[in-house]
Design a protein around this ligand. Sequence first.
Ligand SMILES: O=C(O)CCC(=O)C(=O)O
Ligand SMILES: [Fe+2]
Length: 239
Amino acid sequence: MNHTTHPAARVATQDWAALADELDEHGNALTGQLLTPGQCHEIAALYDEDDRFRATIDMARHRFGSGQYRYFTHELPDVVRELREAFYPRLLPVARDWAERLGHPAPWPDTLGEWVERCHAAGQSKSAQILLRYGPGDWNALHRDVFGDLLFPLQVVIGLDAPGADFTGGEFIMTEQRPRAQSRGSSTTLPQGHGLIFTTRDRPVASSRGWSTGPMRHGVSTVRSGRRRTLGLVFHEAK
Ligand SMILES: O=C(O)CCC(=O)C(=O)O
Ligand SMILES: [Fe+2]
C-alpha cells in the first residue's frame, strides 16, 4: 500500500478546517474518500471471521431495528486501528471546543492510548468498534452510542458498499431535538469509502443566551434492496 492510498494518511490530509466548520454548522460532516473499493471489500469480508469479534448483535432481537452488527475484540485489524488513531487527534480540537461552549468537562487527553486507558480504569473496558451489515428491509433505529459516563462526543461511520450500485435506501439519518420545538431531521447518502463524522450525544447550538445543548440521535433508514455494510468507529469504550 503506498502512502497516498494509506487510509490513515487520507485522514490526515482531509481539509480539517472545513470539516470542523461543517460539524459546527450541522453536527455531522462527510469526509472525502478514505478507502478504495478494494480496501472496503477487505474490511467488509472480515465480517465472517468469527475470531475477530467479541459479540454479535441481532438488532431485531434487541428492538434496535433490523440487521446485524459485530463488535471487534481489542485485537483490531491494522486498518481499523490506524483509522481510529488517525481520527482521534483531528476530532479532539472540535471535542474540546464544543465542551467549552457547552460548559461541559473536557476529560480527553492528547492521545487515544491514554484516553482508552482512562476508560478501562473507569470500568468501560470493552471494544466498541463495529462492523454492520444490512440487507433488504433492514434498518437502524434512532439511537445514541453512549455506554457509560466516559464519552467522546464525535464518532465516525465509513461506508463499505456503493449506494445506488450495491444497495438502495439505507440513508444515514440524524435528528436534532430543538428546545421547546419539534425536531429537525437530516439524511446523508454515505458514499463508498467515505466517512461521516457525527455527534454522539449533543452538539452546541447558538441561542440567545449563548450556547445551548442540541441533543442528537442517529440511525439508518430501511434498505430497499441489496446489501449495505459499514464500519463504525467510536472513541470511548463500552461496558
Ligand atoms: O450503519 C450506519 O450508517 C450507522 C451505524 C451506527 O449506528 C454507528 O456507526 O454508530
Ligand atoms: Fe450508532
